[in-house]
Design a protein around this ligand. Sequence first.
Ligand SMILES: O=C(O)CCC(=O)C(=O)O
Ligand SMILES: [Fe+2]
Length: 375
Amino acid sequence: MATSLPTIPVLDLALLSDDTRRPEFIALLRHALINIGFLYLKNHSVSQKVIDRLVEYIPRLFDLPQDVKDKILMANSPHFMGYSRLASEFTNGSTDHREQFDFGTPYEVQQKPGDPDYIKFCGPCQWPDEDLIPGFRETLEDYLLQVQNAGYQLMSLFAEALQLPSNAFAKFYDLPEQMQSRAKERCSSPRRSPWRITMYPGVDDPDMLGNTPHFDAGFVTFVLQLPNPHPGLQVQLDGQWIDATPIPGTFTVNIGKSLEYVTRGLAKATYHRVVLPPAGATPRYSVPLFQGISLNVRLADEVLDFPPEILRLKDLRGDTTETNSTKDNEFYSQPSGNIIFGRGIKSHPDIAERYYPDLFEQYFPNGMPKKVNAY
Ligand SMILES: O=C(O)CCC(=O)C(=O)O
Ligand SMILES: [Fe+2]
C-alpha cells in the first residue's frame, strides 16, 4: 500500500494537441476527478495578458478607501453581490477571516411575480466607481468570459474521462450541443456564476482560519491563486491537510457536491479550507469562480449513467474520508437554486434578515447569530 501523501495532479492541456498523448491526459484527469477532487490546469485557454491585468488590479481593489468599498456593501444587495468586510461571511456556522468582493455574470433574467425566491439570487452586480479603478470592470468581465469557456472545455473532458458523450454536462448549463461553444452568458434560464475576489490578511493567531473547512456546492470551481510564500488553500486527502500551493500559470480547480451527486459519487468533492499568512506578511489573494448551473435544474432527475467498469473505480478509491450528502436525495430533489440560495442565506444572515424575513426566521430561529470563529 502506498505510504506517500497523495498529490494534486497537474493537467497539461497542451497534451491534447498530440493524439498520442491524449490518453495519458485523460487517464490523469480521471484519476484527479475520482480520487483527488482537485487539480491544477496548465496551458489553459485563458489569456495570460488578461490574468496579468486582473492580478495587477486586485491589491488596488482592496486598497480603495473604506467608504468607497462600503458604498457597495453586499448587505445592500438582495442578490448577494458586492463587498463584504473582514470576517462578515459565515461558512458552516463560523466566520471566515477574509475580506471579499462578490461579482457575477452579466444578468438579464427578469423576475416575475410568483417566481421562487431563488430567482432573486440572480441580479445586478455592485461595481466600484469606474473613475476610482478605471478598466477594472472590463478586465473582470473579459476574464470571466474566458474562464467560463475554459470551464466548458474542462467539463467536456470530464465527460470523456468518465466515458460519457462529450456534451453530457451541457444540459446543466443550458448550453446547446457542444460545451466548447462560446459561453451563452445571457441565457434565458437563470444561472449564476458567483465570482469572488478575496483577500486573506496576515494574523498572529495560527488557529484562525481564512475559510472554514467546507465542500463547494456547485459543479466546478476555478481558483486563480496569486503567488504567496505562505500556506493558504489546503485540501483534505487521506485525512490530512495537504497544501494546494499556487503554481504560476495554472488554475487550481476543484469539484463541488452537485457534480459529485450527478456522477453517482464518481467525481469527488473534496473538503478544503484556507489558512492565513502570519501577521505582517503580504495578504493572500485569490479569485474563485464558481461555475453556476441552471437554478431550475433538479439534480435528482438528472443523475447520469455509467458503464460498470467506470462505476467500479469509485470502490477502488483508497481514500475513505467522508464525502457525505451523495445519498441526500431529498436535498437534490429541489431545484438547484434552492440549494445555493439556502447556502447564501446561511452565509449572510444580515441579508436574510433585511430582504428575506421569512427565511431568516426559518434558518435562524434564535435570531442573528453571533460572530464565531471555528477554531
Ligand atoms: O480562496 C481560496 O483559495 C479558496 C476559497 C474557497 O474555497 C471558497 O471560497 O469556496
Ligand atoms: Fe471552496
